[in-house]
Design a protein around this ligand. Structure first.
Ligand code: DC
Length: 223
């Protein structure tokens, strides 16, 4: 059987870095599905598509080719042959990803690509709808979360390290706005499934979280 691990969680729960570390320790790939929605958002912005226009965004998504490649440094995300990995982490693209992620047609396209990848390759897939939609039969399901204040604090510290002077209050406000959009959308809103193990990292550091998740994986697989 192919080992697939499903991991969902809100903005800034540390999903991407935790998921990568856990996948590395297990010797499997990490699929960052948020990067794919970010790639769609970036591509739509560049093409001048009105992000509020569901039909236009959906048509645009059907025309482009979103794919991923795995390198030694992690996932590269590619749109129509261009590696966009370095352009998808701006606040504008973050919000655009959340907006395009509301649309059923966009989600269908992305979910199909993700399911095809996970069907043949052992991977840890992280996102918002992985437990409920992408990998409903995954043997291990994790919902990674932390308080909004703690998630904003971590995000803000990362920004400070990069010399960004955005105030903490602004980071918290943006994070709450994206949480609200991701949790209240009609199609597959972010929420923990009943069979997911909830991992609240508010009081855990990176290493503790990785170890804790590895323990869950071990216990679940040997059940
Ligand atoms: O995980 P992230 O912050 O990189 O995701 C960016 C946005 O993409 C997120 O706010 C909502 C959307 N997204 C989604 O709708 N479904 C996923 N599986 C992953 C991300």
């Amino acid at each position: 059987m192919i080992l697939n691990i499903a991991m969902d969680g809100p903005v800034g729960a540390g999903k991407s870095s935790i998921a990568k570390a856990v996948a590395d320790r297990l010797g499997i790939l990490h699929l960052d599905t948020g990067a794919m929605y970010r790639a769609v958002g970036l591509s739509a912005i560049r093409a001048g598509v009105d992000l509020q226009d569901e039909n236009a965004v959906t048509e645009h998504t059907k025309k482009i080719d979103v794919s991923v490649a795995h390198s030694a440094t992690g996932q590269r995300t590619i749109v129509d042959g261009e590696d966009v990995t370095d352009f998808i982490r701006t606040p504008e693209v973050s919000m655009a990803a959340s907006t395009v992620g509301k649309y059923l047609g966009v989600r269908r396209e992305m979910v199909a690509i993700q399911q095809k990848l996970a069907a043949t390759t052992p991977m840890l897939v992280d996102g918002r709808d992985i437990c409920v939609r992408v990998l409903p039969n995954a043997p291990v399901k994790i919902f990674l979360t932390a308080s909004a204040e703690e998630r904003a604090r971590r995000r803000w510290l990362q920004m400070v390290e990069k010399g960004d002077t955005t105030p903490y209050e602004d980071v918290l406000r943006d994070l709450r706005a994206r949480d609200a959009q991701d949790m209240n959308r009609e199609v597959d809103p972010l929420r923990p499934t009943e069979d997911a193990k909830i991992v609240d990292t508010t009081n855990m550091n990176f290493e503790q979280t990785v170890e804790y998740i590895l323990k869950i994986v071990e216990e679940t697989i040997h059940e």
